[in-house]
Design a protein around this ligand. Sequence first.
Ligand code: TRP
Length: 435
Amino acid sequence: MADAEPKTNQEQDVNPWSVAGAQNEAGEVVAIDYLALSKKWNTSLIDDAILERFEKVTGHKPHRWMRRGLFFSHRDFERILDRYEEGKPFFLYTGRGPSSGSLHLGHTIPLEFTRWLQEVFDVPLVFMLTDDEKALFNEKLTFETALEFAMENARDIIALGFDVKKTFLYSDLKYVSNHILMNAWEFSKYIPFNQVRGAFGFDGSTNIGKIFFPAVQCVAAFATSYPEIWSDEPAKTRTKEIASIPCLIPMGIDQDPYFRLLRDNAHRMRFPSPKPALIHSKFLTALQGAGGKMSSSNPNSAIFMTDTAKQIKAKINKHAFSGGQETLELQRELGGNPDIDVSYIYLTYFEEDDAKLEQLHKDYKSGALLTGELKKLAIEALQKVVADFQERRAKVTDEVLESFMKPRKLHWGGNPNPKPKADKETKDLPIQTKA
Ligand code: TRP
């Protein structure tokens, strides 16, 4: 598409279909202002108090991505911590839009974080592949191809290490029927077009599939959408008890508009569900630097999970934006800026050791560390992440795929040492956890 004029002084635009940083007067894209986004959308920030509470309640140090503000925002996360503390059931829900056959590193961030949460909380996870959405929103993508992408992506997702006993992974085109479809129809009945038109940028020419789709993505957060996972004898109809099980949704912040709609309307269902809790991540910076995110449509912006060690090395060396000085002499003299340096930014994602990271920050700033040295560290870290992934991916057979995608009862443990609160509402739910 040929843009008529370069637009300048544009505000940042973040929505479920595109993410663009603001542009300054010179027409340069600047970094996404996540604080402004949180303020505009009225989300809560992940602050020290909630990190402390997380550690106290779970006995786990918060994930480095929480400690470092990469998962930076939430809605009602503390309510999930309360649930966990009391040993009451809840579940995780996340998803992926299969827009291509393979994932890049940026896609894996919210997914790896979800895997970690599943391990820490020991709870069920439902994972939605929105092949329907991708075909509806992309003129050229057929439903058949979107479904093929979903199945390929499913293997990648499994390779991230989710626990099959606790994970139900599904393609919308295959699974959406029965209870989840009834939920979607019922939910859609409560949403006038006016309520989504603005928030989702729909107008009179929008195909009606797109207009209905948000209902599908939303109701996936209702426990009643999955009668099979709670019991060996799945409920024949939706029930009030199952509807009352709350959900936590880890996601990139761009997905928030869907779940605001859900939180505003969940109580209107015949069997109401609590407002789902949300936890939001930032986007993994593109190789070119702040203001962009890794994108499949620009191969030089992203590290793909199929990249070889050699490709990773070449991409970082050639494309990773550097906050260092032009020459070695200047770097030694003036030091560089780690905060805009893409290699450093990637290390904040993958270096576990806080002290080591802080030392790198200091040394880069002082000039003790050179750009080439920093790039080398980033290359090694990414090569390891991708190689480990590829090793696990090679083991995902058809049988493994099938075992994750079969609707069935899940088995989980929850909090091993709950502190139940005296509460009349805690009747035993018709839910079996352990086998
Ligand atoms: N719409 C999302 C995408 O295009 C996929 C998705 C569905 C999702 N349900 C979700 C993402 C829940 C995060 C949380 O990628």
